[in-house]
Design a protein around this ligand. Sequence first.
Ligand code: DI6
Ligand code: FE
Length: 421
Amino acid sequence: MSRQFQFREALVEKSAGQFSDCVVANGRVATIAGGDVPYGLIDNGAIAIESGRISWIGKKSELPDSYDSFLIHDLGGRVVTPALIDCHTHIVYGGNRAREFEMRLEGASYEDISKAGGGIVSTVAATRAAREEDLLAAALPRVDRLISEGVSTLEIKSGYGLDAETEARMLRVARRIAEAHPVRVKTTFLGAHALPQEFAGRPDDFIRMVCDEALPKAVGEGLVDAVDAFCEGIAFTPDQVAKVFEVARGLDIPVKIHAEQLSNIGGTEMAAGFSALSSDHLEHLDEAGVRAMAGAGVVAVLLPGAFYTLRETKVPPIDLLRANGVPIAIATDCNPGSSPVTSLLLILNMACTLFHMTPEEALTGVTRNAAKALGLQADLGEIAVGKIADLAVWDIAHPAELSYNIGLNPLHMRIWQGIAA
Ligand code: DI6
Ligand code: FE
């Protein structure tokens, strides 16, 4: 049975008996389905929902008679979009890094702090010390904040354990979030995120532990939907990351990478060789990397929250990505160090203001392209027949308002697998 199929079955099982068949009508439907019409906009649109999936989409005036018996929800001309997808988060962690924020304001750089034993490694200490219940209790308010802005699906990475037990604990918390709250979670094992102190000076030994112990344990517990690694001067080389990716390939698990964030050491090209789902950050990506992504169908996940927090000045090569047809997604990167952000709507604004993306590109980046970055494009990310009915209804007149406003949450209603939730 393929992974995709297992995922569909799990979805249906979770909500069995709760689906209400209905039509949502009289909305400005931003389908994000591609084509020539901006946002794939359908005015006076109607969306028919059956068994949690979209069965018809078009002008209300053209709705077939067969839907006459369906309950109709009038949207009063509001804008409807696919529910939002946050395709890159580290939302499960212990402690916080407010002190490090102060240090950066006093002049220390992210790399200085990392080299001095702070940064990721300090969150590792707090996460190792936290019980599963504590990690869950700390993460849920952050997840709820995303849900309140129309998010239906998020990716959650491990990476603050750096030992087999704590990495698995983080991923168990990620799975429990999806059981506790109406949100779909894709888990990503990020064992090769930083070098823990007990492996100082022995990165290859650490990579061996990740490959032989931590990753197989997490996979064995059914906790891993994808495998990620931090490829960077302060983290791991492309060769070291490739060792982890070989193990993932052997287990038939897709990979993704943090690459070209602070420098360019070729992580993206290496990951393209493994047909990575996505390469993320990319401020320092060069043309060879862009071409490798285009050739292998790798999604570019841009993270303006980290760019903003670290006061980066080098903007990712948006024009090259566009010119080569690389799909661009954007995400919060919610984490305690480089992006303590729990607003995906704020990220839409930052993508436009900091990266010069268009509001349409930004919205596509948290819907269609974010779904692709998670390998979920068959089910999510667009308003189209056959997709899961995850929708967001907004008190706005035009979808560009989602990117334009700063600090306003115009969500009117979220529809999760066909039901208001
Ligand atoms: N890049 C990031 O932006 C996060 N991880 C990574 O590899 C930051 C993680 C942190 O600073 O805690
Ligand atoms: Fe990240």
